[in-house]
Design a protein around this ligand. Structure first.
Ligand code: DHB
Ligand code: FE
Length: 292
């Protein structure tokens, strides 16, 4: 059977993608950011998944105000890096996993979560920057992402956005779905976006280190209580774009301790750094108790 063995959490700042693509990773401003992911790239090589279920948000790239799915699952065989205004990032095409994606859609929809099924979707920095951070970006022409990826887009851009509680429960349903897929696959689930940041209005530039670190602590130790945090608290404390953090609760809700299947996950890596562009960068790797 398929099983979820780890969750990964990381910010997705677009300027990180630009720093990688333009060869600026060793500049003094960026060096400490990329240093925080050295461990992670090694860890990815040692714990290579068969599939990554990647929870992220689209930034008006594949979707627009014309239609706004709350939860969209990418069921295609391939996803192209999007042109976000400066041309598409020079990164590999993302290979999907249509079979597992279709199974998860079937299971999760029958489990009462009304997903939107998307058969064609370009993927923006919300998805490609976490992949670059975790998998590296060798300049080699034959570089491919290490495994297929199922993109799972959450609306955290246009109100109303889903609650943290809904996201957590959805993560639990995703675990049930993966558990019932009859191929032997090692699946990682990633929650991306955040941490505190606000890109607009009089509070633009807001960063809240205290909130972010308390969020990381509680995400590890007591995610069920964290899931009760109302969205207005995120916006007040972590800024208007800090609401991206609800996506981390989907990945956390999919771990075995949240599903009565095992103990707390092992914290393999924790990193926090300010600043990166307008954003606080947070990053966690949790190994599932069932993988021990
Ligand atoms: C920035 C952060 C984001 O999450 C985003 O989607 C766009 C820009 C920033 O820090 O500049
Ligand atoms: Fe964003």
């Amino acid at each position: 059977m398929a099983r979820i063995t780890a969750s990964v959490f990381t910010s997705h700042v677009p300027a990180i993608g630009a720093a990688l693509d333009l060869g600026k990773t060793q500049e003094p401003y960026w060096q400490p950011v990329f240093k925080g992911y050295e461990f992670s790239k090694q860890w990815m090589k040692e714990h290579r998944p068969d599939v990554v279920f990647l929870v992220y948000n689209d930034h008006a790239t594949a979707f627009s105000l014309d239609f706004i799915p709350t939860f969209a699952i990418g069921t295609a065989a391939q996803f192209q890096p999007a042109d976000e205004g400066w041309g598409p990032r020079p990164v590999p095409v993302v290979q999907g996993h249509p079979e597992l994606a279709a199974h998860i859609a079937q299971s999760v929809i029958q489990d009462d979560f009304d997903l939107t099924i998307v058969n064609r979707m370009d993927v923006d920095h919300g998805l490609t920057v976490p992949l670059s951070l975790m998998c590296g970006q060798p300049p080699a022409e034959d570089f491919h992402w290490p495994c297929p990826v199922i993109p799972f887009a959450v609306n955290v851009v246009q109100y109303p956005v889903p609650s943290g509680r809904r996201c957590f429960q959805l993560g639990q349903a995703i675990r049930r779905a993966v558990d019932s897929f009859d191929q032997d696959l090692n699946v990682h689930i990633w929650g991306t976006g955040g941490m505190s940041h606000q890109l607009q209005g009089p509070r633009a530039g807001l960063i809240n280190k205290e909130f972010d670190n308390a969020f990381l602590d509680q995400l590890i130790a007591d995610p069920a209580t964290l899931a009760q945090k109302p969205h207005i608290d995120y916006v007040r404390e972590a800024g208007s774009e800090g609401i991206e953090l609800v996506m981390w609760l989907i990945a956390r809700g999919a771990m075995s301790d949240c599903n009565g299947q095992g103990g707390q996950p092992r914290v393999a890596h924790r990193f926090y750094h300010v600043p990166a562009s307008n954003t606080a960068v947070g990053h966690l790797i949790l190994e599932d108790a069932s993988a021990a």
